[in-house]
Design a protein around this ligand. Structure first.
Ligand SMILES: Nc1ncnc2c1ncn2[C@@H]1O[C@H](COP(=O)(O)OP(=O)(O)OP(=O)(O)O)[C@@H](O)[C@H]1O
Length: 265
C-alpha cells in the first residue's frame, strides 16, 4: 500500500477561550478509510481545518513523518493533503475534463488547459475512470447531478496526486444509489490513498468505514472498527444510541393552549 499515515497528538484548537478540539490523538494508517463521526459541534470540521492549516492549533500533526503544525495552507496542500468541503467547489461553466485539467494544472498555461485536446494526461484519464465520469467528460460541470459533482471534486484531488483525502460529508444530499456509488469510489480510492471522511450518515458509515473515531465535545470518545465503536456504551449514550433509537412518538397536541392570565395588580 502506498500513501502516508497521519499521526495527531494532543491537538488543540481554541476560539476566543472556547476549546473546540481538546487534546485529540489519532493514528490513521496508510490506506485507512477512517470515518470521523460525532454529534453536531463535536469538533470534526475544526479538526480537519487544523490538519489542513486553516485554523491555528497546538500539539502535533505528522504526515509521512513531517510536522504540519505551523505550516501555511499551501505548503500542507503541496505535501499531498487534499480536502473537500460540504458544498462542491467545481467550475460550473467548464467541462468535467477542463476541471480535472486545471486541477492537474502543473506548469501548463491556462489556454493550453482550456483548449480541447486529444492528449489527455494519464492522471486525468485515470481520475475519469476511477470516478466513473469518463462518458461525461465533455459536459459542463454545472449540469452534473449533485453526486457527480462530488465525484468530480474527488477526481480533482486525485489528479493533484494527493496522498491523504479529507472529505467533509461527501454523501450529504445524495440519493441512495449515489451514496452506494460514493462508498464504492472511496473504497477504490483508499486502495492507494489514505482517506478520512467526516460523516453524519450512520448507514453509510456502517457500510464503508474501515475504522471509526467518535468525537464528542472536542475529544476522542471512542475508536476502533465499526463493531467496536457501536458496542461502546459511551458511544451509544452520546450518539449512536440516540441516533439508532426510533423517533419518540410525538406528544399529543393539546386541545387548546391555555395562557395564564396576567394577574391584575
Ligand atoms: N471560527 C469559529 N469561531 C468560533 N467557534 C467556532 C468556529 N468554528 C467552529 N466553532 C465552534 O467549535 C465547535 C466545533 O465545531 P465544528 O464545526 O468543528 O463541529 P462539527 O463536529 O464539525 O459539527 P457539525 O457536525 O455540525 O459540522 C462548535 O461549537 C462551533 O460552534
Amino acid at each position: 500500500m502506498s500513501g502516508e499515515g497521519l499521526t495527531v497528538r494532543d491537538l488543540r484548537v481554541t476560539f476566543d477561550g472556547f476549546t473546540a478540539v481538546d487534546g485529540v490523538d489519532l493514528d490513521i494508517r496508510p490506506g485507512d478509510l477512517r470515518f470521523l463521526i460525532g454529534p453536531n459541534g463535536a469538533g470534526k470540521t475544526t479538526l480537519v481545518d487544523a490538519v489542513t492549516g486553516l485554523v491555528k492549533s497546538t500539539g502535533s500533526v505528522r504526515f509521512g513523518g513531517e510536522e504540519l503544525i505551523g505550516k501555511p495552507v499551501h505548503r500542507i496542500a503541496r505535501m499531498g493533503i487534499g480536502r473537500t468541503f460540504q458544498t462542491a467547489t467545481v467550475f460550473e461553466e467548464l467541462t468535467v475534463l477542463q476541471n480535472l485539467d486545471i486541477a492537474a494544472g502543473a506548469g501548463r498555461g491556462v489556454w493550453t488547459m482550456l483548449r480541447r485536446r486529444k492528449d489527455i494526461p494519464e492522471a486525468v484519464t485515470r481520475a475519469l475512470e476511477t470516478t466513473g465520469l469518463t462518458d461525461l467528460r465533455d459536459r459542463p460541470a454545472g449540469v452534473l447531478a449533485h453526486g457527480q459533482k462530488q465525484w468530480l471534486e474527488i477526481g480533482m484531488l486525485l489528479v493533484q496526486d494527493v496522498k491523504l483525502l479529507l472529505l467533509d460529508e461527501p454523501v450529504a444530499g445524495m440519493s441512495h444509489d449515489e451514496r452506494e456509488a460514493t462508498g464504492e469510489l472511496l473504497q477504490r480510492v483508499s486502495e492507494d490513498h489514505t482517506v478520512v471522511v467526516i460523516e453524519h450518515d450512520m448507514d453509510f458509515m456502517r457500510s464503508f468505514a474501515r475504522s471509526v473515531s467518535v468525537l464528542h465535545a472536542g475529544k476522542v470518545l471512542s475508536e476502533g472498527s465499526v463493531a467496536e465503536v457501536q458496542a461502546d456504551p459511551r458511544v451509544q449514550e452520546v450518539y449512536l444510541g440516540r441516533a439508532s433509537e426510533p423517533e419518540p412518538e410525538p406528544a399529543p397536541e393539546p386541545a387548546a393552549v391555555s395562557v395564564p392570565a396576567t394577574e391584575e395588580t
